[in-house]
Design a binder for this molecule. Structure first.
Ligand code: NDP
Length: 455
């Protein structure tokens, strides 16, 4: 009887919060999708922690602390003046300073910024390191821009952003369209304006001016360390497994590198123009040359490997039969149809390198069809965890070796996996890492909110 009453109260509370959230954010589908995915997991937590209802933690967690939106004016090489919109969503700083990347992509809008910042809260909590949740970016399209134009845009962006961030306040990093070069320009402008060397204000810096070794590799490597834990659980390993990776950016390239290191055969990769299929295994030197050195389209891979194929458009990449699928490009790249095709072709493990690459239908199909599924907030947390290690090195004015950082990353991924698995078991959902990671991250933030008191 008590359980039933608690259930009703918990369920009713979550429903009410989500209904209000939908009313307030009707035009933000990505944010609502991310919120729904987490809220659906939390009923058993509220059953066991009625104090979370008393403190109304859910309403407090789903509302960002603040959303900063600003004009970014910059000049192209022909002296034309352009205006873009910049954002920083400071969602929650219960556990530490706001922390999360910057995305420069034409699709950026407030909904996408909020979904990413919201996910970041729980991902960052899962790392066990003292970092809160935030995200930012701009609808600026870096494609086709000259180096000087990128620099002027980054300087203009930081000219407003600097007043909202700081090593103990909010620490941005890279994301889609923001790599080492952009972080360098952003850092230079911040330092110039502040007149101080606050290296910990940005992460993803190049080693040499405060960047951490292994940060560039961390998200992709961390993803593969996480999948190695999933495989071990099922008494399997990467050896001789066929892997499909989407994307060919920072996350994808280093996921491919580590999966190959463990003996897997990675047969596909993509960019926004289409995908390559190389049945003998991707030549990573060629892919790095195309993407990291020359910045070319992925179709030029055929110049290196004439037996490979290029297919325009990205959807059909999931029709390639594989044991392990690692979506590492962007949100909602695996829908229900793609998930069904992967399952029909025998996929056994899916883990998300990108943020929210699988929609809710796809996730449910994986869970219902015995596919072991590693959700983004756990599986791709290695990047932000290593960013937090970069912050520690900056605070201590020291730098650790590649092996030291990589060793810590492996430990962190192991503990994220274990915590997610154990939380799932504790709350009656053994084997469901979606629920496990949501709960493990949420409980840390909720406890912090209860301790802080109401304000
Ligand atoms: P990059 O900009 O380095 O690479 C993104 C890759 O995805 C590119 O190959 C890009 O192709 C491709 N891509 C973008 N949009 C699409 C699309 N609609 N369809 C197919 N391919 C597409 O970004 P990252 O590798 O850094 O980020 C990838 C994902 O991982 C994002 O979801 C990001 O939020 C997430 N992530 C990144 C972390 C990091 O440390 N970098 C940390 C945690 C998560 P093209 O070059 O043609 O645009």
């Amino acid at each position: 009887m008590t359980t039933e009453l608690n259930y009703t109260a918990a369920q009713q509370y979550i429903d009410e919060v989500f209904t209000q959230l939908k009313e307030k954010n009707a035009h933000q589908p990505e944010f609502l999708q991310a919120a729904e995915e987490i809220l659906l997991s939390l009923t058993p937590v509220f059953e066991q922690h009625p104090e979370y209802i008393t403190h109304n933690v859910l309403s407090r967690i789903v509302e960002p602390d603040r959303i900063i939106s600003f004009r970014v004016t910059w000049q192209d090489d022909n002296n034309n003046v352009h205006v873009n919109r910049g954002y920083r969503v400071q969602f929650n700083n219960v556990i530490g300073p706001y922390k999360g990347g910057l995305r420069f992509h034409p699709s950026v809008n407030e909904s996408i910024m909020k979904f990413l910042a919201f996910e970041q809260i729980f991902k960052n909590a899962l790392t066990g390191l003292p970092i809160g949740g935030g995200k930012g970016g701009s609808d600026f399209n870096p494609k086709g821009k000259s180096d000087a134009e990128i620099m002027r845009f980054c300087q203009a962006f930081m000219t407003e952003l600097y007043r909202h961030i700081g090593p103990d306040v909010d620490v941005p990093a890279g994301d889609i369209g923001v790599g080492g070069r952009e972080i360098g320009y952003l850092w230079g402008q911040y330092k110039r304006i502040r007149g101080a060397y606050e290296a910990g204000v940005l992460t993803g810096k190049t080693p040499g001016y405060g960047g951490s070794l292994a940060r560039k590799e961390a998200t992709g490597y961390g993803l593969v360390y996480f999948v190695a834990e999933m495989l071990r659980e099922k008494s399997e390993s990467f050896l001789d497994k066929t892997v499909v990776v989407s994307g060919s950016g920072n996350v994808a390239i280093y996921a491919i590198e580590k999966a190959q290191h463990y003996g897997a055969k990675v047969v596909a990769a993509s960019d926004s123009s289409g995908y390559i299929y190389d049945p003998e295994g991707i030549d990573l030197h060629a892919l790095k040359d195309i993407k990291e050195v020359k910045g070319e389209r992925i179709s030029t891979y055929l110049n290196y490997r004439p037996n490979a194929t290029f297919t325009p458009g990205c959807d059909a990449i999931w029709s390639i039969p594989c044991d392990i699928a690692l979506p590492c490009a962007t949100q909602n790249e695996i829908n229900g149809d793609a998930a069904r095709t992967l399952i029909d072709n025998g996929v056994k493990f899916v883990a998300e390198g990108a943020n929210m690459p699988s929609d809710l239908e796809a996730i449910n199909l994986f869970l219902d069809n015995d596919v072991y599924f590693g959700p983004a907030k756990a599986a791709n947390a290695g990047g932000v965890a290593t960013s937090a290690l970069e912050m520690s090195q900056n605070s201590g004015r020291t730098s650790w070796s590649f092996a030291e950082v990589d060793g810590k990353l492996q430990e962190i991924m192991h503990s994220i996996y274990t915590e997610s698995k154990e939380a799932a078991e504790k709350y009656g959902f053994a084997g469901n890492l979606v629920i496990g990671s949501n709960i493990a991250g949420f409980v840390k933030v909720a406890n912090g909110l209860v301790s802080e008191g109401v304000y």
